[in-house]
Design a protein around this ligand. Sequence first.
Ligand SMILES: Cc1cc2nc3c(=O)[nH]c(=O)nc-3n(C[C@H](O)[C@H](O)[C@H](O)COP(=O)(O)OP(=O)(O)OC[C@H]3O[C@@H](n4cnc5c(N)ncnc54)[C@H](O)[C@@H]3O)c2cc1C
Length: 235
Amino acid sequence: MPVQISVPVKEVIKRTYNVKSIRVEVKDPAPFHAGQFLTVTLKPGPEFKRYLSISNSPTEKGYIEFTKKLSDSLFSQALDALKPGDMVTIQYPMGKFVLDESHKKHCFLSGGIGITPLYSMAKYAADARLDCDIILLYSNRTVDDIAFKDDLCKLQAACPRLKVIHVLCETAPDFACISGVIDAAIIRKQIPDYLERKFYLCGPPGMVKAMENILSAQLHLPPQNIITENFQGYQ
Ligand SMILES: Cc1cc2nc3c(=O)[nH]c(=O)nc-3n(C[C@H](O)[C@H](O)[C@H](O)COP(=O)(O)OP(=O)(O)OC[C@H]3O[C@@H](n4cnc5c(N)ncnc54)[C@H](O)[C@@H]3O)c2cc1C
């Protein structure tokens, strides 16, 4: 059963030029699973309420974090103006986009801001030392669009069973990445054991649908090995 609480902002973290994370102080959080989401209400009125994934791991104590790609909406403007001490209301946990801990091999496919629940899962798997192997294929337009870039780099260095592969439309000098967009050829080449893995897809609905089609129609993955989270509200 989700709980609703009003909590103070503890920290604001700029992830990229248009992505911000907000950490709210929750001394004794209700139990949640990595990958679940919450509703955030910044002010009265539906325009100030949004669904956002929890972007930190339940292993990190004392706060809950959510991360928003900023648009020109009233909600984004209000979130962009938040500072430590401001109060927000959250309702959590919700959703079934969580890691199947009985499975030993996973692949995360993320487009842009779809990284938020997957970062939470990767951090949780590393912190809890889960007996599993994770490959993250993370697609963005440019290197400047990569949210959690340094955190993922640190996580990968600390956790040999996590492999992060960046896929960029526009490559950057001195940055290890694959050029293009995630397609069947990239998955076959980078993840030869893809048929043994559970896939977790997250991003705008159009991108999730396209990736789901690649996995089922071209790579013949069974439906039970494809788990999706659609960020309704993004095209
Ligand atoms: C389970 C879930 C988790 C999400 N996690 C994240 C996250 O971690 N980070 C993130 O940045 N975004 C996330 N989103 C998307 C987020 O809720 C907003 O929809 C999105 O950020 C656009 O809001 P906006 O205020 O920027 O734009 P707006 O301009 O307000 O929205 C763009 C358009 O989408 C419509 N819209 C907004 N929300 C919804 C909705 N829920 N369903 C259908 N239409 C909608 C608006 O009416 C408008 O037409 C998530 C969505 C869902 C459902």
